[in-house]
Design a protein around this ligand. Sequence first.
Ligand SMILES: [Zn+2]
Length: 149
Amino acid sequence: MILLVHMLFGAAIGYTVGNIPLAILLAFLSHYFLDLFPHIEYNIDAIEEKKIKDKLPVIFKIASDLLFGILLVFVLSNNQLIAYIGAFFGILPDGLTIMQNRFPNNFLSFHKKFHTEKVHFLKNKKFSNFWRILSQITVIIISIILLKF
Ligand SMILES: [Zn+2]
């Protein structure tokens, strides 16, 4: 799923459990749980391009995804620290996966395999974009309910 969805759900978990160690654990695990559902993502392969102008579009997408996520957490969480902690751990698995390209090691390569192949097992199955987008809208709505009510 896109970063914004993971951040918002992680923030909602942190805000709901109200306990930092539990927020870290559950927000981190929530990433894999959400990625189990069919979802659409933007391609970040261009991040490996050598020339900066070739990677600029994907850097822009990631940056706006992150910024918009932080903005939503800020607006919806009453600016609670635990919500930001949840948001951070909610996207950490994607960070670990990108880090594998830069600093390859056994742990990160095992994690990348687990995350991009095992967890994303529906990636190549036939689901229309309707379901792949609806899944993420549903998570956003659940997160807003957890943060606001
Ligand atoms: Zn992921």
